[in-house]
Design a protein around this ligand. Structure first.
Ligand SMILES: [Zn+2]
Length: 202
């Protein structure tokens, strides 16, 4: 803005218009530090936000989930930023050429990651559910859901009303879980994991 030639009076007269302009420019508070989308319900609403994808991949690889310690935060961040991965299912479809684009991964580390990814394909159902990172589903909640509902496949068909009968699940979370399974990216993730040998029926 032309601050050099603006005297005080002009500035004062301009202020209300500036306030209106700012109001329309920033429709609602804090923004995601990664992709600048306006935060809704404490989360970035952008489906392919690299920050969100990084968090999902990091959860997936954690010891309580699929246990792939070779793939850490720095690698997850790069996979997300390069848009090589949008969900954990895509980890299992990465080519050697894709991996070559990730900085700081030696051939030995890549062997280790691939060995750990292969071993991750037969997890406990609760660990797999925790890795899918449904809203509100912590490691302990994942165990409780599997105990109560039986399998991830059954959970997918469970109505919010039934979910609300479970200790620690309120209406918002029940609908959050129900909706998670109906989201297109999540459906794609489940399909790709299924194609890579993951089992959701146990
Ligand atoms: Zn974002």
């Amino acid at each position: 803005m032309g601050s050099t030639n603006t005297n005080t009076t002009e500035r004062r007269m301009f202020l209300p218009f500036q306030a209106v302009a700012n109001f329309f420019k920033e429709p609602g508070g804090p923004k995601c530090p990664e992709c600048a989308s306006v935060i809704i319900d404490d989360a970035c609403p952008n489906l392919d936000c690299p920050l969100k994808v990084t968090e999902w991949i990091t959860r997936w690889c954690s010891p309580e989930a699929l246990n792939i310690p070779g793939l850490g935060q720095p690698e997850a961040e790069q996979l997300a930023k390069l848009r090589l991965v949008l969900h954990p299912g895509e980890l299992y479809g990465l080519s050697p050429g894709d991996w070559a684009r990730i900085e700081g991964v030696s051939a030995d580390q890549l062997d280790e990651i691939q060995r750990q990814m292969e071993a991750s394909k037969s997890p406990k159902p609760s660990a797999l559910l925790h890795g899918l990172r449904l809203p509100g589903v912590s490691a302990s909640m994942a165990k409780r859901l599997i105990e109560e509902i039986g399998s991830i496949d059954s959970l997918q068909e469970t109505k919010p009303k039934r979910l609300q009968e479970i200790d620690g699940i309120d209406e918002a979370m029940a609908f959050g879980v129900y909706r998670w399974f109906r989201d297109s990216v999540n459906k794609q993730a489940l399909k790709m994991l299924d194609q890579n040998g993951f089992n959701f029926t146990d």
